[in-house]
Design a protein around this ligand. Structure first.
Ligand SMILES: [Zn+2]
Length: 418
């Protein structure tokens, strides 16, 4: 029998980085993601899951039919993503297992790369444990290969031990890190009654609240003329752009907010006197405040028009995703199941915190597949200091196995439906 740790080490060495700059019609964004997909399909076939397939868009699906006598249980979906972020290279990942005895961790003696305990205080929780680390030159890719490893290991154990279960649906997606992971997910074909992404962090923390998200492209139309003869004529778009931004609340930015506080984030700005453009993102957990924020952008534009004439500022706002909690709040037994499964796996006090971002689960939830997020055991994602404790991976496997246990599904989910 394999282990979740061995799987993570094996999967981490498969280069499967996605690419922000790939044209939208290139699916997946990078062909190398098929290497990860094909490996998972092969391993599922070897376990006896013969229906495992990878489609032409690099989505892997597989189904375990219910054990006879357990067809009444809901079909539970388990989802993880196969790509790693382009923010840090995922090429030539060389994982190493380090027994953590406290203090700093030397990742690479030759290059002098050290993970300092002072900068990562949560390391103290893992003294005495084995950590899967990088060699300091790449990311690890536990985001989200920790999720893949946990799901694959749980499935292998269930099958090898002949544990009875309801229908289980597996879905592994490409391009999550570039925000396209759920775009081509076949929710109907997947056929789960509800699902979980395993794409969180610390093994004790689960998530079911995300931001509501929109992006605003702001165009400021100025009027350029020779500065020497500009009096009462020039309207400098760059200055007006600054004025527009000043109409937004100055403390409601990412640098000043946390927890449930939303923000406006000016991401990019370009301009000359004649014309300036600004790209904002707008985020808020509360739908009401999210709508107010979008309205505030419009109100600022109207104020600029009042000052400088109609058409001075044009705001084009598009919604990106919504807080999954808006839908999940009427189905909290799915969240309760996750919490109960974590407790059964030995996590005394599972915690949950609002995600200051979104997940594939947001998109899937709004496509009709309710999908909270479970931990995938990794820490310090998207960088060279990424690591995953072996014990946490094993706890993740136990969590998934509990989640699928007929007794818990009957007690938490079916009881609620009666
Ligand atoms: Zn992820």
């Amino acid at each position: 029998m394999d282990t979740a740790a061995n799987r993570l080490i094996r999967y981490a060495q498969v280069f499967s980085e996605s690419d922000y700059h790939a044209p939208a019609d290139r699916i997946p964004s990078t062909a190398c993601q098929f290497d990860m997909a094909h490996l998972l399909v092969e391993e599922l076939h070897a376990m006896g899951v013969e229906n495992a397939v990878c489609d032409d868009k690099c989505y892997v699906y597989a189904w375990l039919p219910a054990t006879p006598g357990y067809e009444h249980l809901p079909a539970v979906g388990l989802i993880a993503h196969m790509d790693t972020t382009p923010d840090m290279t995922g090429k030539n990942v060389r994982p190493q297992v380090i027994r953590y005895t406290g203090g700093d961790i030397v990742l690479n003696r030759e290059k002098g790369i050290v993970m300092e305990a002072a900068k990562f205080p949560e390391l103290a929780k893992f003294v005495g444990q084995d950590l899967i680390c990088t060699d300091g030159t790449t990311l690890l890719g536990a985001d989200d290969k920790g999720g893949l490893a946990i799901i694959m290991q749980a499935v292998e154990e269930l099958l090898a031990e002949g544990v009875p279960h309801g229908r289980i649906c597996l879905g592994f997606t490409p391009d999550e890190e570039i925000g396209r992971g759920a775009d081509h997910f076949d929710v109907a074909g997947f056929g789960a009654d509800f699902a979980y992404t395993l794409d969180g962090g610390d093994i004790t923390d689960y998530e079911y609240e995300t931001f509501n998200a929109a992006k605003s492209a702001v165009t400021v139309n100025g009027f350029s003329i020779h500065p020497g003869t500009a009096k009462d004529k020039m309207k400098n778009a760059i200055l007006m752009a600054q004025e527009f931004n000043a109409l937004l609340p100055p403390l409601e930015t990412p640098g000043h907010t946390e927890g449930y506080q939303g923000f406006f984030h000016l991401q990019e700005m370009h301009g000359k006197a004649e014309k300036a453009t600004m790209d904002y993102i707008i985020r808020d957990h509360s739908m009401a405040r999210f709508q107010e924020r979008k309205a505030a952008m419009e109100a600022a534009a109207r104020e600029m028009d009042r000052r400088y004439g109609p058409g001075t500022v044009v705001v084009d706002t598009q919604d990106q995703y919504y807080n999954m909690y808006e839908v999940l709040k009427d189905h909290m037994e799915i969240v309760e199941l996750a919490e109960e499964a974590m407790k059964a796996a030995g996590i005394a006090v599972p915690t949950h915190s609002p995600i200051r971002g979104g997940t594939d689960g947001c998109v899937l939830t709004y496509k009709g597949l309710l999908c909270p997020n479970l931990p995938s055991a990794g820490h310090n994602a998207h960088g060279r200091f990424e690591y995953a404790p072996v014990e946490s991976l094993n706890t993740g496997v136990a969590t998934v196995r509990s989640l699928l246990s007929p007794a818990l599904l009957e007690r938490v989910i079916l009881k609620k439906e009666d």
